[in-house]
Design a protein around this ligand. Structure first.
Ligand code: ATP
Ligand code: MG
Length: 554
């Protein structure tokens, strides 16, 4: 099995190829079955790209089905966000959105069929007793005292369950399979439990809800799914999936195939843990740009194509592994390097006065929007007062420092060479401003006197500059595997968000939310889709220019 799993061509597609070649199937029908109990994350994206990608490539169909059997944990906000995220990734499901709850009546009918066949019974053991009776990996379970109730009696009890005649937890419906099975999931699993809970789709119609294992296989079969793709933790449950379909009257029997989940370094992927981060307000919400959710990645400036490319690169296998965060970052960096227009913004400004430039003069220089791609040009104002970044000036520095030094020269990107004449400090000795002179003949030319220009820095002209907030995001956790920690919350990186207040060039006034720019020498940034306003721009850092995690930048 592992041999096949290791092939980069994807063992699931090989199974499908064989099924089509043998005539077992003539077309492919997949589904993506999220539970609406949270927002989708990058792990779900792997499953979405797999299921919808297969449907696309084989001219098949992929359903979107909400697996909604836990009404207390689910809600319509999650239902809506999931649809939005699937569409945003570039996929469209076949037909209408489906819900497992659409099938509640049919599921009830199949449960009755099992009861009539003597293959299901109403059990009054409580949760603790049930655990005790179930046994464990080394000990077989023992039969429930209710195991041999007659079908007629079970039917009456099950009808009473449906009618609200029992309290929550008082009894449940169990499949009668094998209390000695080496697969614990086969030891008479519960298939229906009582819950007096309002359901987001079915309202108060039901007070009994089917369990996932019972619901999923039947929903798949009702929809004519050919290949039911799920993650490895359902490997044992495949026996139950097959047992249920083999024991009811249903014409279709999908094949369940398991693949490994995506695990990503410096991230947690369980919805429960993500929910904890939201509830404890360690992030601003499910769509906080530090979250590994699709909504968070979108808000941060990730593109659908970068996420799809990531899913393609990680591939599909049965091997459990952990993917480096840098692999995800490389995908967005490569995408944006080619597609993001360039612009200039100064995040930590110090003021520069060009003392030999007239106070009343403003000139408009042109700058290309992209160094390689044809994205046109924009106008950049240049005047006497400018901002440069604090980190781009030193009073003294050795030759390796390629920026502005007192008494030295540097080129302003897309503009002139300037010379630093004087530094102005406050009482604490901090640099607050610089007086510089510019070399008028250096627009696109080297200085005629042959003087050495150390490098190129970015800048923004002051009178036209747009005040902006910059949210510099880093990894949300400071350890590679936060989920392995006893208290994953304690490993939240305290510096995962650093807010800076600086200035952006005027062309950024029209920056569209979620659309990334490369701020030259700073990284890729996009306007925030919630907080950025024309009067107060807010930019999120999508990713740095280089992979600099754990390295000190020069
Ligand atoms: P969680 O453990 O976070 O609650 P889940 O698996 O219960 O996640 P579902 O909403 O049931 O979440 O998932 C829908 C589909 O996405 C399932 O088929 C599931 O196997 C798949 N999926 C969930 N997480 C991942 C992951 N990390 N990698 C790949 N597929 C995943
Ligand atoms: Mg699940």
């Amino acid at each position: 099995m592992s041999d096949v799993a290791n092939r980069p061509t994807n063992f699931i597609r090989q199974i499908i190829d064989a099924d089509l070649a043998s005539g077992k199937h003539h077309s492919v029908q997949t589904r993506f079955p999220p539970e609406p109990n949270g927002y989708l994350h990058i792990g779900h994206a792997k499953s979405i790209c797999l299921n919808f990608g297969i449907a696309e490539d084989y001219q098949g169909q992929c359903n979107l089905r909400f697996d909604d059997t836990n009404p207390e944990k689910e809600n319509v906000e999650f239902v809506e966000s999931i649809q939005r995220d699937v569409n945003w990734l570039g996929f469209q499901w076949s037909g209408a959105v489906r819900y497992s709850s659409d099938y509640f009546e049919q599921l009830y009918g199949y449960a009755v069929e099992l009861i009539n066949k003597g293959l299901a019974y109403v059990c009054f053991l409580n949760a603790e007793q049930m655990r005790e009776y179930r046994g464990n990996l080394t000990q077989p379970g023992k039969p429930s005292p209710y195991r041999d109730t007659s079908p007629a009696e079970n039917l009456a009890l099950f009808e009473k369950m449906r009618a609200g005649g029992f309290k929550e937890g008082e009894c449940s419906l169990r499949a009668k399979i094998d209390m000695a099975s080496s697969f614990i999931c086969m030891r008479d699993p519960v298939i229906y439990r009582i819950k007096f809970a309002h359901h987001h789709q079915t309202g108060d119609n039901w007070c009994i809800y089917p369990m996932y294992d019972f619901t999923h296989c039947i929903s798949d079969a009702l929809e004519g799914i050919t290949h039911s793709l799920c993650t490895l933790e359902f490997q044992d449950n495949r026996r139950l999936y097959d047992w249920i379909l083999d024991n009811i009257t249903i014409p279709c029997h999908p094949q369940q195939i398991e693949f490994s989940r995506l695990n990503l370094e410096f991230a947690v992927m369980s919805k429960r843990k993500l929910q904890t981060l939201v509830e404890q307000q360690l992030v601003s919400g499910w769509d906080d740009p530090r979250m590994p959710t699709i909504a968070g990645l979108r808000r941060r400036g990730y593109t659908p194509s970068a996420i799809r490319e990531f899913a393609k690169r990680i591939g599909i296998t049965k091997q459990d592994n952990v993917i480096e965060m840098s692999a995800l970052e490389a995908c967005i960096r490569e995408d944006l390097d080619a597609t993001a227009p360039r612009a200039m913004a100064v995040l930590d400004p110090i003021k520069v006065t060009i003392t030999n430039y007239p106070a009343d003069k403003l000139e408009w220089l042109t700058a290309p929007n992209h160094p390689k791609e044809d994205m046109g040009e924009r106008k950049l104002p240049f005047g006497r007062e400018l901002y440069i970044d604090r980190a781009d000036f030193r009073e003294e520095a050795n030759k390796k420092y390629k920026r502005l030094v007192l008494g030295g020269d540097v080129r302003l990107r897309n503009a002139y060479v300037i010379h630093a004449d004087e530094v102005i400090k406050n009482e604490q000795g901090e640099v607050v401003a610089l007086n510089c002179t510019y070399l008028p003949e250096t627009l696109g030319e080297n200085p005629a006197d042959g003087r050495k220009v150390r490098g190129v820095i970015h800048w923004v002209e002051q009178s036209q500059a747009l005040p902006a907030e910059f949210r510099v995001y880093d990894r949300l956790f400071s350890v590679a595997n936060p989920a392995a920690e006893e208290d994953f919350i304690s490993t939240v990186n305290p510096n995962s968000l650093v807010v800076k207040h600086g200035f952006a060039e005027p062309s950024l006034q029209t920056a569209v939310a979620e659309k990334a720019y490369q701020f030259e020498r700073e990284g890729y940034y996009c306007a925030d889709n919630k907080d950025s306003k024309p009067t107060k721009l807010v930019f999120n850092r999508t990713v740095g220019l280089r992979d600099s995690w754990g390295k000190d930048e020069e």
